[in-house]
Design a protein around this ligand. Sequence first.
Ligand SMILES: Nc1ncnc2c1ncn2[C@@H]1O[C@H](COP(=O)(O)OP(=O)(O)OP(=O)(O)O)[C@@H](O)[C@H]1O
Ligand SMILES: [Mg+2]
Length: 436
Amino acid sequence: MPVTPSPSPPGTPSSAGELLDAILAQKSELFRGSREILRDSYVPARLPHREQQIRAVAEVLAAALRGTVPSNLLIYGKIGTGKTAVVAQVRQDIQRRADAAESLTFISVNCGNMDTAYSLLQTIGNTFAKSEADRIPTGWSLDRVQSAMARLLDAKGGIVVLVLDEIDRLVARSGDNVLYTLSQLNTQLDTARLAIVGISNDLKFTNHLDARVRSRLNEEKILFPPYDAVQLQDILRDRAREAFKEGVTDPGVIERCAAYAALENGDARRALALLRLAAEMAERDHAKRITPDHVVKAKNRLEQDIIVDCCRTLPPHCKVLLYAILQSYERRRNGVLTGEVYDGYRRLAERLGLQPLHARSISNYVSELESLGLIRATIVSRGRGGRTREIIVDVPISETMPALEEDPLLAPVGRPKPRGQMLLTNFDNPGRTGPF
Ligand SMILES: Nc1ncnc2c1ncn2[C@@H]1O[C@H](COP(=O)(O)OP(=O)(O)OP(=O)(O)O)[C@@H](O)[C@H]1O
Ligand SMILES: [Mg+2]
């Protein structure tokens, strides 16, 4: 006999789709409108405390509006200091000057997303392709891509401003040959002229460049200093005014977000993330206002997320080492000596079918994990046995182990999570959850 579902009270969503619609339609007590305003991708109309940098970037690029090629420009500054946002804003302002649009093309590439020099040149060239037949396909030689790209630029002509965001990652990945090619492209072009704007948060990245490339790219240089706590407060107040309903942030909320982020290198991205998460924490508590306590919760949560993300990106042997350390630490709930760590690592590596690295490399990885703040190693004296290092884990084991187990390399040692079985807290070992 078919089972008839019991009737729902009127107005109750009856399908997952309707439930989602109902959630989306719920009016937020805190947010005025879109939450996107607190996200990284949102470019605010005003960028407080970057007036000087905006003027400096605009002065260099304004040459394009006068029909002359701007100098190449390098922009440096630590993370979250507004480099990308400032360049995006100046770009918008220049492009709004309509008569420039025809003879001026901006191309912005995030080099963090480019695997190879090939894909960079292909992306630049294809910006100008008018038809499918014009496009540069994959599989050509690098020389051929380079000349096809130059032809496409010349076919359009005019001034091309190429913004290479995270340029240091391009150099780290594929060397400086491609920058050599691009920085001397004007000698090969007939009707087009190229200016390069490089953005980097590695202040020393030009040290690794060929001297000719360095001097060509460095025609103009602008440094973005980190924000201090007071400047971060101004940035947050602007955004909070746009994002939240009036009066929902308690006194101390903005100040606390700014103070935490100022300690973290004056990173505006971090300050905004804290404010966004604090609002989400408040919503989860069904609170009508965001309080300083929500900021503290947000900070703890953000730190955990950062730690777990950081563990995910470690090189394979370093992951195995960290996993072995976590296993020993979980068993002992106490400091682990380096000798035990190395034995644990070797056993685990062999179980996973890996050739264990030598003690020297492992010792380097221990230092790396320490500098990332994932573990702490202190020297302990063992009487006549000499001195050794004792390792203490500084990450939440219950979240870090599953994050490491996501790597197929470590999946075989991860605790199985049978389908349909509930994850229960292990009360003998509260740091860990898993099926028992
Ligand atoms: N002066 C400012 N006013 C308002 N928002 C800002 C300001 N500076 C930065 N932001 C915001 O902070 C976030 C980070 O800024 P941005 O992406 O420009 O930093 P960045 O210097 O490019 O960092 P990274 O080196 O990590 O790429 C963005 O959401 C941006 O809108
Ligand atoms: Mg950036």
